[in-house]
Design a protein around this ligand. Sequence first.
Ligand code: ADP
Ligand code: MG
Length: 677
Amino acid sequence: MLANSILDIKGVGEKFAEDLEGLNIYSIEDLLLYFPSRYDVFEIKPLSELIHEDKVTIEGRVLADPSLSFYGRKKSRLTFMVEVENVAVKAVMFNRAFAKNQLTSGEMVTLTGKWDAHRLQITVSNFTKGSLEKDSAIQPIYSVKGNITNYKLKKVIQEAIKSYGEQMEEILPQDYITAYKIPTRSEAIQTMHFPTNRIALKHARRRFTYEEFLLFQLKIQVLRKQRREASVGNAQDYDATKVEQFINQFPFTLTNAQSKSLQQILTDMKSPYRMNRLLQGDVGSGKTAVAAIALYAAVTAHKQGALMVPTEILAEQHYHSLTELFGDLARVELLTGSVKGKKRKEILAAVENHEIQILVGTHALIQDDVFFDELGLVIVDEQHRFGVEQRRLLSNKGLHPDVLFMTATPIPRTLAITAFGDMDVSVINEMPAGRKEIETYWTKANSFERVLQFIEKRVQEGEQAYIICPLIEESDKLDIQDAVDLHQQLLDYYSTSLQVGLMHGRLHSNEKDQVMKEFAANEIQILVSTTVVEVGVNVPNATIMVIYDAERFGLSQLHQLRGRVGRGDKQSYCILIADPKSETGKERMRIMTETNDGFELAEQDLKLRGPGDFFGTKQSGLPEFKVADMIHDYRALETARNDAQEIVEFNLLEEDPKFKKIRDLLAVEGIFDTKLD
Ligand code: ADP
Ligand code: MG
């Protein structure tokens, strides 16, 4: 049985099984589906065509048993002669003493390594026994660790395929296989591990790419359908008149895009279905205003609202602006990691008995000891900073709250339909009227003094500036040192003519608070900071954003930072200081100076950096595929999505027997048996 332990495979003992577990291989099926991470392609050429010092592959017969010599500590050298096209070639292999017993006189071998044309000698980096299929060969390279070598793994997979390969059942319906001209599951598995030629490999990969995408799309579509159908009774009966009045108190009218998004959100809130909506909008497009209105709607429905943000600074800022906005309409409180002791206890009690209607905070909001009376709406700002686990905790909390995720990182379509495929999406694709485009410049580090002079001039006009130093991790001492040093440098440079503040993650939250207050009040004119100010900070009088070592940031992050300025009616500037070495680095700087369009930048970023890096961290919530690649296999992704839509819409998983295998697979993953929410 495929589900049996790998111990059932001939040649796998306790020790080896333990090593395989290190690669997350437990069952025979796991092993068969442990595909190579890449392939080496070898091509055999006649000796006369081999180029001196090139990496080459030759094939020949071992002329005599290899001789092994040791030198130094633990170093070894294996030498043997190989007959290639009737010529004797010398082969040398370092530190692979074990190969001595595998290479016996008279045997055919294929050797890859560096060629020395003068001495007719090859320094072997890779060898296989036997001759290659015709004139080329594709060697699977697995990602291995510990005691497991590529060779050992290949051997055991070969054994597993021999004994169990046939048992690998097809899960896709036959008509799909025919229509897409893809190999069956067991054929494709065989090919993935032991490809005979490139074409076959391409088709095997195509098959698994489609299979992975289809299963993934089915999963999210089924979840989405279940969520829509599960009437959990959290219809929020808000007071439309009061909400209207609340909107009228803003000093501006909502843009069309804001109104439309708001309407979609309110409709979701009113319906008994649980909202799971993503609100996308470029920095400064006015998402926060929409969020505030939605929170107020929840309050008028006698529910509570929570606003969760990634940093304490941002939490405090939202807390202040919401307190001001709500006045007597609702009690707003702040709950972050630094709210402790008596104060925290008091807040927790008031949340539990509904004295607090709106709670703003970092992920302290979703800790175990926080109990809401009636949580109606949860808003997660800059959602890409939150991991899957946090999302889940949040959803599990309270009384099936409606959930709205807000992000200023425009999400390219590719990622939107994978990472967020189970969400409804609202887009604010319009900026409030009267905004001036931010002018972006790129200069080299040696022009820094000119930048400082420019800042001084603007400051004399009453404006303010940010100077951002890269910070990869908040705990990275070195990076904080950069900001501290730069701060000192500026203090020296400007002496007393203007005030320079410093902000970084190591400051206590009351210190951060103080610095932010002083900056907002224009008591500090220049704020040197790490990226802690990245998201959501709003000081409309700041018109200059200088980003130091800008090449160390991704495009989306640069765009986020740039969005800290251009928030008022004055002309704003973004100055990138960077000496990128690579072409892509230079390309990134150029793109930044050329466009202010967040969506376009996101697409470019994705192209330049790939999906793994796109969200910055591991906790991106992106699915991991074994074979499929979201960017390159985008067409397959769309096909799979369309197929999944049809299957789910017509209940085929439940009703058509040809999907039974797939349904069983999804059931194992808990898709059908667990209750949602
Ligand atoms: P986001 O959260 O999308 O970055 P904010 O909600 O913080 O954007 O809005 C940015 C700035 O624009 C704020 O100062 C806000 O008061 C203002 N603003 C929001 N909506 C409008 C609008 N419709 N017209 C004019 N100004 C607006
Ligand atoms: Mg915002």
